[in-house]
Design a protein around this ligand. Structure first.
Ligand SMILES: Cc1cc2nc3c(=O)[nH]c(=O)nc-3n(C[C@H](O)[C@H](O)[C@H](O)COP(=O)(O)O)c2cc1C
Ligand code: SF4
Ligand code: SF4
Length: 249
């Protein structure tokens, strides 16, 4: 089994680890131009962004040639997943493969402008029960596409009319760095887009940000803030370490 994942605060990586098999970071695959994947079972796990599949994950799926007899996709989300399952069901890989199994999992919210991270609980009984159900589905090679309710479809349609997901400069121009920064470079290793460099012992953000928040959530000094964050509290899935979230180049 090969599990491809993207995770800025560990929720999706935790699910990937629970599933097991060979774990491949999607940002690392993109940087190393690994787009040909072959295994008996292949899965893709990522967070919902703006009620949708994050654009760079969508691009990755469309550019990947995946040869497998069982292809599954899981979207983790914090509050409202929108019509992400329907969106996934319409995607094909480069070699024309569609998903055999699509599901979503409610995990802890990790968007600092939407919610106070002090309230994000990453290991509830409900989450664990949901993960157990999901693992049973995958073991059985269940063929299942989760449907989206008419409400979810309508909300997503309306949302997309007035909102375009922030890429390009993304949230980078909303980030500030405090004097607590020690110039350690951890944020550089966490950024999936290689959008951070260190200059004069402090991070400098470029214009290729996908708004994932990995840098500000995981800075060991908590030195990065978003101008509109709900609080200074930060979240990382309790089962995942900072080291595991770093992206090798
Ligand atoms: C930029 C951004 C947008 C998000 N948009 C949504 C959303 O539309 N709906 C939702 O329920 N959660 C949303 N979230 C929360 C994440 O999908 C959720 O916390 C996810 O489990 C994080 O996974 P990770 O720890 O693997 O990165 C968003 C998070 C970020 C950073
Ligand atoms: S991770 Fe934090 S302390 Fe380290 S360079 Fe980045 S902002 Fe500074
Ligand atoms: S700069 Fe920060 S928020 Fe933007 S893509 Fe990199 S890690 Fe994510």
């Amino acid at each position: 089994m090969t599990v491809l994942y993207f995770s800025s605060t560990g929720n999706s990586l935790y699910i990937a680890k629970r599933i097991g098999g060979k774990l491949l970071s999607i940002p690392e695959c993109i940087h190393k131009e690994v787009f040909d994947i072959e295994d008996s079972e292949v899965g893709i796990i990522f967070p919902v962004y703006g009620l949708c599949v994050p654009p760079f994950i969508m691009d990755f799926i469309k550019n990947a040639s995946i040869r497998t007899s069982y292809l599954f996709a899981l979207a983790t989300y914090g509050f409202f997943p929108g019509a992400v399952c329907g969106q996934l069901s319409g995607i094909r890989t480069k070699n024309g493969r569609s998903f055999d199994y699509i599901n979503r999992l409610k995990m802890a919210e990790n968007c600092v402008t939407f919610s106070d991270m002090a309230k994000s609980e990453g290991d509830s009984k409900k989450q664990q029960a949901q993960i157990d159900e999901l693992l049973a589905d995958l073991t059985d090679h269940r063929r299942f596409i989760r449907g989206d309710s008419p409400f979810k479809k309508l909300m997503t349609k309306n949302h997309l009319k007035n909102y375009e997901f922030e890429t390009g400069v993304g949230i980078a121009d909303m980030l500030t760095v405090s004097d607590d920064c020690r110039g350690c470079g951890t944020c550089v290793s966490l950024c999936p887009m290689k959008n951070i460099s260190i200059s004069d012992r402090a991070p400098v953000f470029g214009s290729n940000c996908i708004s994932c928040g990995a840098c500000l959530q995981n800075c060991p000094q908590n030195a990065i803030n978003h101008k509109k964050e709900k609080s200074v509290a930060r979240y990382r899935n309790p089962h995942i370490s900072l080291e595991e979230l770093k992206i090798s180049s």
